[in-house]
Structures are given as structure tokens and as C-alpha cells.
Write a protein that binds this ligand. Structure first.
Ligand code: FAD
Ligand code: SF4
Length: 340
């Protein structure tokens, strides 16, 4: 058992000051990931700063024609907010595809963004792992790598980012708002999570002493409220992370695509987008040929390992199916939403 102190911050300023003052401190929100990691001895913070009582971070507000979701809003509350359901159903759908109702009640928006990989070796302190202990190696490359990355990986780490919510946020081009000792700043979703490169221990571009305060959904992304799909392929229908997931938003013009957004989950260290694949769909008839061409671009350079080679073909089929569903206006989310 590692000893740690616990502080409940009464304000954002107090939380930022406490985090900046102690390099071994960590923010805790819903605790559904961090507390598990502490029990496994993977995370060993000397101090926990509980941000859950900070007022103002627990609301969903109108902002520039879009919505601003506070970092403390539980996943459930985002998914069932009437404005999110109506204007950003892709996000509601992705959140409801994740975890379980109980977990979604506790998990927060800020915590979901910053949850860590589910790589088995990362959780097992008996094995080396570059993400947990930099410089020790990556046993997943030649080990059990069924859930691992096929895109954007490096020899140092082939882990994936496990979030469903973040895949939809990437497709909707959300912005992450953060606060730190130097003030507030905004990070485009595409730049929030990073690829592992030779620093796999760093998951995001959030600085150590910064706190996520909100996620903003842009007004223009409401254009994807009719033709969208979040397709998640996994080992079980509930309580399982994505092997491959696809978030699609289309703006249709009759049978043609005016504008497309596609993000993949379960395949890389961050939600995976290729804007050239999206641009190539613009002006095209919504048919299998166009969808297959987009899939080829999205999966360009994909590399499988011993146990996850199947993901490349799975992703290709999932992209084509998700684009077809979105174009037809038949999102799977209609099924998920009945399960509260
Ligand atoms: C059994 C199980 C199944 C799951 N299945 C899925 C799934 O299918 N799909 C999916 O997407 N997720 C899944 N999850 C993960 C779940 O969504 C995350 O655990 C949850 O979103 C984390 O939110 P939290 O508020 O509990 O974060 P915490 O556990 O409190 O924190 C997680 C991390 O975020 C940091 N953090 C928290 N808030 C902030 C903030 N405001 N600013 C900066 N850093 C912050 C913490 O320091 C910590 O590093 C599953 C979890 C479990 C346990
Ligand atoms: S894939 Fe990444 S998280 Fe998993 S063992 Fe390798 S370095 Fe660690």
C-alpha cells in the first residue's frame, strides 16, 4: 500500500495551485480508472486532488451556437442531455456504447478524455512496459497483442486509446479547454491525444500542471445530426472495449455526400482521422466504391502483429458499413438508447 494524501479542492484556482505545487499529485474525478490503477500499483500518486466539488464544471451550457460540456459532467448526463441527443447524437451514441450504466454514471468528461490504455502489460507490474516504466521495453510487440494498435504505433509502444467518447469528439472536431498556472488555453481534439513515438509514457498534450475544464462542441458539427453512426465492434455487446470502432458524420445532398467526418477507435494511440479520406468523399455518390476508397486511405500504412492482423480487415469492413449506415440515416444508436 502506497501512502498518499487527499485534498478536496473548493475551486479551480485551488486545484490548479495544488497540482502545480506537487509533481507527484494527480487529479481524481469519478475515480473509475485512476483508483483501479492505484490498486494495481500502476499509478502511485503521493497526493490526490479531488475536483468533484468544484462548482461550474458540472454544467452543459450554450456556447457560440454549440455546447460547452463541463469536465465534471458525468458521461450519462452528456448522453441523455436533450440538446446533445438532438444536436450531437453521434456523441450520445458513442458514450452509450462504452462501459456500463453504473460506470457511465460515475465517469466524467475530463476523466474519460484522460483515461489510460487497457494494454494488459501496462496493468501488470511484473512485466516491463515503456509506458509505465520508460526504457524497460514493450513486451506487447512480440507478446499478446490482440487489442493493440494497427496504425501510428512505434517500436516503443503499440497501445491503443480505449475511449469511445473521444472518437466521436474527434469526428465532431471538438475543442478541449484547460486551465493551468499560466492561464487558460484551448486544444483542438486532433492535437489532444498523441502518438507514442519514443515517449509513450505521455498520452496527451495536457501539461502535468493543467486541468481540463470543458469540452466545446462547435455549432457547425450539428450538420451531422441526421446522417451519423457510431459502430463499435467488440468481444461482448456490453462491458467491453472496442476492437475497432468507427464514428461517422455525413452531410448529404440527396444521394451524394457534401461533407464527411470519420474517426476510428481501438486502432491507434489516439482517435484516428485522415482528412484526405474525408475530402475524397465530398461530392461523391454514397456508394460502396466511394466508401471502400475512403477505407483504403484511412488504413494506409496499417500494420498488424501476431494476434491483431485481423483488425485491418475488420476495420475496413466496419468503415464501409458505418458509412453505409450513416448515409442511409440508420444509426445503431437507436438500439443502444433503449438501454439506460
Ligand atoms: C470495467 C470498465 C469498462 C470500461 N469500458 C469502457 C468502454 O467501453 N469505453 C470507454 O470509453 N471507457 C470505458 N471505461 C473507462 C471509463 O470510461 C473511464 O474509466 C472513465 O471515463 C474515467 O473517468 P473518471 O471520471 O472516472 O476518471 P478518473 O478515474 O477520476 O481519472 C482518470 C484520469 O483522468 C485524469 N483526470 C480526471 N479528470 C481530469 C480533469 N478534469 N483534468 C485533467 N485530468 C483529469 C485523472 O488524473 C486520471 O489520470 C471502462 C472502465 C471500466 C472500469
Ligand atoms: S504497448 Fe505500450 S502500454 Fe503496452 S506494454 Fe508496450 S509500451 Fe506498455
Amino acid at each position: 500500500m502506497n501512502r498518499f494524501s487527499y485534498t478536496r479542492a473548493a475551486s479551480l484556482d485551488e486545484a490548479v495551485r495544488a497540482l502545480a505545487a506537487d509533481a507527484a499529485a494527480k487529479i481524481v474525478a469519478g475515480g473509475t480508472n485512476l483508483v483501479d490503477l492505484m490498486k494495481y500499483n500502476v499509478e502511485r500518486p503521493a497526493r490526490l486532488i479531488d475536483v468533484t466539488r468544484i462548482t461550474g464544471l458540472d454544467r452543459i451550457e450554450e456556447s457560440d451556437g454549440g455546447l460547452r460540456i463541463g469536465a465534471l459532467v458525468p458521461n450519462t448526463n452528456v448522453a441523455y442531455d436533450a440538446r446533445v441527443e438532438e444536436r450531437y447524437p453521434l456523441l450520445a451514441s458513442a458514450i452509450l456504447a462504452g462501459a456500463t450504466p453504473q460506470l457511465r454514471n460515475a465517469a466524467t468528461t475530463g476523466g474519460n478524455l484522460n483515461q489510460r490504455t487497457r494494454c494488459y502489460y501496462f496493468y501488470d507490474t511484473e512485466t516491463p512496459c515503456n509506458k509505465r516504466e520508460p526504457g524497460t521495453g514493450c513486451p506487447a510487440v512480440s507478446g499478446v497483442n490482440r487489442i493493440h494498435a494497427i496504425l501510428g504505433a512505434s517500436e516503443h509502444c503499440i497501445a491503443t486509446h480505449p475511449s469511445d467518447m473521444c472518437v466521436a469528439l474527434a469526428a465532431l472536431e471538438a475543442t478541449v479547454h484547460v486551465a493551468g498556472p499560466g492561464g487558460a488555453r484551448a486544444i483542438p481534439m486532433a492535437e489532444y491525444h498523441r502518438l507514442p513515438g519514443d515517449r509513450p509514457e505521455i498520452d496527451t498534450t495536457l501539461k502535468r500542471d493543467e486541468i481540463v475544464t470543458a469540452v466545446a462542441l462547435p455549432a457547425e458539427a450539428q450538420a451531422f445530426r441526421t446522417n451519423y453512426t457510431y459502430l463499435k465492434l467488440r468481444d461482448r455487446l456490453s462491458y467491453a472495449f472496442a476492437l475497432v470502432s468507427v464514428a461517422v458524420g455525413l452531410e448529404m445532398d440527396g444521394g451524394s455526400i457534401r461533407r464527411a467526418r470519420i474517426a476510428l477507435g481501438g486502432v491507434a494511440h489516439k482517435p484516428w482521422r485522415r482528412t484526405d479520406a474525408e475530402e475524397r468523399l465530398a461530392g461523391k455518390a454514397a456508394d460502396r466504391q466511394a466508401f471502400a476508397a475512403a477505407a483504403d486511405l484511412l488504413l494506409e500504412g496499417a500494420k498488424g502483429y501476431e494476434h491483431n492482423e485481423f483488425k485491418i480487415d475488420l476495420a475496413r469492413r466496419a468503415i464501409v458499413r458505418a458509412l453505409g449506415q450513416a448515409a442511409a440515416g440508420t444509426p445503431q444508436s437507436q438500439v443502444d438508447k433503449r438501454i439506460r
